[in-house]
Ligand binder design. Sequence first.
Ligand SMILES: C[S@@+](CC[C@H](N)C(=O)[O-])C[C@H]1O[C@@H](n2cnc3c(N)ncnc32)[C@H](O)[C@@H]1O
Length: 506
Amino acid sequence: MSSDLSVPAALISERMGLNFQQDRWPDLVRGLERAAASLGFDNVHTFIAHLLADRFGQREVHALASHLTIGETYFFRTPETFSMLEHRLLPELIAAQQHNSIKRLRIWSAGCATGQEAYSLAILISRLIPRRVDWEITILASDINPEALETAKAATYTQWSFRDTPSWVTNGYFTRTGDGRFLVDKAIRDMVTFRYLNLAEDCYPSMASGVSDFDLVLCRNVIMYFSREVAKQVADRLQRSVRDGGYLMVTASEGSRDFQLPSMVSGGEIVYKKAPVAHEQPAVARAPEPYARAAAQARRPAAPQRPRQSVVTGPAARPSAPAAPPARTAVTADPQRAALRLERRAFARSGNPATTATAQTRHHQPHAPKQVDPAEAAREARLLADQGNLAAALDRCEAALECNKLDPALYYLKASILHELGHQDGAEQALQSTLFLDGGFTMARVMLGAIARGQARVSESTKHFRAALTQLQDMPAGAVLPETDGLTAGEIAEMVTTLMGSESNR
Ligand SMILES: C[S@@+](CC[C@H](N)C(=O)[O-])C[C@H]1O[C@@H](n2cnc3c(N)ncnc32)[C@H](O)[C@@H]1O
């Protein structure tokens, strides 16, 4: 194929970040051909025409990711980096939690490929925190390549994955399988959650999907494959996904001026540190549990009074219309969500004085319930929560609730913020209000389960999780739950199942 591929290459860069300059077009053609075949196209030309006709959806991204990405990785890749993690960064992050009642550590392996990096991190954590009963540890591992994620979840590897790995790792954390492969021990497997996430999409940071507030983000050997423009956007979003005082790590060749945090070079990597901010709120216990948060955050672009088209909750409970059975339609495109994302992005850049000033001015105005637009107040609350400004977010949420006490999603939002603030009793009360108004609000059950689990109320958490699973199983697995910033029913069911499964290891 000798045609000009600049248009499909630009499209692929925009949707997936991947950069295919002309010298790499042979690779691009091969990938396109394979993806076309896997999707049942007669030839690559019809596939390209399909992509150009604005049919570049999730299915196409998945197929292309399987054939265009490079998934090279291995356990303890760059051993000096893992030594620094073990002896310096992780001990510091762990020590910072010692005085908190709920000790939390949140790590993200972004672009995890087949999972070796994430499992390596889990091995380190298991060494550094052998007794993890009073810890909430999240290791999220994400990738755009669904096939790689399946391999990661299967957790069996050949010798090739240990090519630069210390022997204590292979000897201590794996079981040899009959066919000579190595299976990661269950205790380590249970520490990691794998999830599809396209870094080129503006879907993070997001408290709603649990992709925010990380103590440590590793995004190594990923950005190097991205086009300039997308790399810049990804750098911005990654930095915002790190909590104050946390670290972000990329390889030396990936560091650039797009990262504005103070950095140090260590071995093959660049480590950025997000300095704690001076005006930090008084220390509160950080919120427990990844998927409580992931599943728990209400992020509704729609006005609170509008009927909800959520597959989880169905139309919103209204005084005149009791909760109807959950709608069963998957949400495939949500322009309002996209608009909200744009607004959040603008808000996130405090360089946009207009947006920030508006939100801040509104926040500082004394409550005047009659003048408050509840939809607007709820939207501001969500924006502020995404920025980590939880006190202000709670304030706006309360203002919205003052005007509309019958919207279950507002109570859910309040619960999410309180949960994030570490006020679990208040969060539970708000969740009970949510369920009182709408018994089909599955996320409220998930969050109740996670809070109970965080407090070792095992039978209670199991009860809530089971109820949530029953509702989730009635939905199409691929249905996107609008109030979770893109999580699907299948993903949430998987998370809940993982949380229930790991109960025995606590
Ligand atoms: C070379 S691997 C890096 C694995 C691991 N981080 C390491 O350093 O060993 C690059 C990974 O980035 C993933 N990737 C590429 N584009 C991505 C995107 N837009 N979003 C998420 N992951 C992406 C690829 O699928 C691949 O698994």
